[in-house]
Design a protein around this ligand. Structure first.
Ligand SMILES: C=CC1=C(C)c2cc3[nH]c(cc4nc(cc5[nH]c(cc1n2)c(C)c5CCC(=O)O)C(CCC(=O)O)=C4C)c(C)c3C=C
Ligand SMILES: [Fe+2]
Ligand SMILES: [Fe+2]
Length: 347
């Protein structure tokens, strides 16, 4: 029988899934880093200081000094011929998720990357889907633990785009996945795989990105969610409280951030005779500057300089198949109803 391929090829995609992360500079050069930091640190969700106070500091001090220093750090982690690790891994996650959804017979879903700051921005995919008539969109901020500084800022960007549309799509957002079983299983798997290869350490450090203590005092649930993730993971790994620590990294500015801080903690571990530590960053969906440079270079150096013997960094989930499987489940769960009840009937 003659087959008209134009009729039997994939049906039109009806749902858009947007994988969001923080974003990264276009290149490891001071000018690109300055543009990125200006957008990032100009966001009121990130720095809550009064604008009259913050703008002169940002433009007069931070954006004068930091771009050059940060560019040097970005150069150390940049993936030759591919780009910034954060963007490279997020794109791999999108490519794998797209393929895996296709294999599972889900052909009506498109997956794109949207970075909150820098390129490709959040509106790039939304605009494209809007033009294609895709009227159902699921936003997945790749922040396991909710914070106003990150997750809410992604929502702000989506809402700002909606504010410019006459005909807005049906929208859903994955608010957090700090206690999701698949996410925890993927973390557990990456640790046990590492232990099978290298043996157990004296101590495991679970390092999360910090936020100002003030945000938590004002109701940000981030710290609580980090402790939940850490507690559940420790349970799965059968760790006693003395065998691991939960710490917070990447402090920015003079205010008090969540404590204990990562670097002083590992220095104290080394001084107290701990010889081997494993460090995992469960709050980062992808390796990036903050894990590859700050943790695996700076914090490593601090541990060894204080008498530690072996510092072993366990990579982020990145494109680990166990994680992509968990991500597919998170996505499919959040598409319930949209896929099965014929969302097109309402369009
Ligand atoms: C200024 C305050 C900052 C808050 C609050 C903050 C929260 C926060 N950030 C992440 C994840 C990432 N942050 C990354 C880099 C980074 N973060 C800050 C500052 C704050 N983050 C700065 C200034 C930078 C830029 C790098 C530098 O110049 O040192 C990254 C890596 C980006 C990359 O390109 O690789 C990630 C990822 C979370 C999860 C979070 C709150 C929960
Ligand atoms: Fe950050
Ligand atoms: Fe940092």
């Amino acid at each position: 029988m003659a087959t008209d391929l134009s009729q039997t090829s994939a049906p039109p995609r009806r749902i858009g899934v947007l994988l969001c992360n923080l974003g990264t500079p276009d290149s490891p050069e001071p000018a690109a880093v300055r543009r990125y930091l200006a957008e990032f640190l100009g966001d009121r969700r990130v720095v809550e200081l009064p604008r009259l106070l913050w703008k002169p500091i940002l433009h007069g001090i931070v954006l004068v000094r930091r771009p050059k220093e940060s560019a040097q750090k970005y150069r150390k982690v940049w993936i030759e011929g591919e780009g910034s690790p954060l963007l490279v891994y997020t794109q791999r996650q999108a490519t794998m998720l797209r393929g895996w959804l296709g294999e599972a017979g889900v052909s009506d879903v498109d997956v794109q990357v949207g970075m909150r700051y820098g390129q490709p921005g959040i509106t790039t995919a939304l605009e494209q889907w809007q033009r294609q008539g895709i009227a159902h969109m699921l936003v997945v901020p790749l922040y396991p633990q909710y914070s106003g500084t990150t997750t809410a800022s992604v929502v702000d960007a989506v809402n700002a785009w909606c504010g410019r549309q006459r005909n807005i799509p049906a929208l859903r957002i994955v608010r957090d996945y700090a206690t999701d079983a698949g996410y925890l299983r993927a973390l557990e798997h990456s640790v046990t795989r590492h232990w099978q290869k290298h043996g157990r350490p004296d101590h495991l450090v679970l390092s999360f990105h910090g936020i100002p203590q003030r945000n938590v005092a004002l109701g940000d649930p981030y710290a609580q969610q980090c402790l939940q993730t850490a507690g559940l993971l420790a349970q799965r790994l059968n760790l006693a409280p003395t065998q691991y620590s939960v710490t917070f990294q990447s402090r920015f500015g003079p205010a008090k951030w969540l404590q204990p801080y990562t670097q002083p903690t590992v220095e104290a571990l080394a001084r107290n005779g701990i010889k081997t530590i494993d460090v995992l960053c469960p709050g980062f969906a992808s390796d990036c500057l903050e894990t590859l440079e700050e943790i695996n270079m700076e914090v490593r150096h601090a541990f060894l300089a204080n008498g530690g013997r072996e510092f072993r960094y366990i990579p982020c989930l990145n494109d680990d198949p166990v994680w992509i499987d968990a991500l597919r489940n998170i996505v499919l769960t959040n598409l319930a109803g949209w896929r099965t009840d014929g969302a097109s009937a309402h369009m």
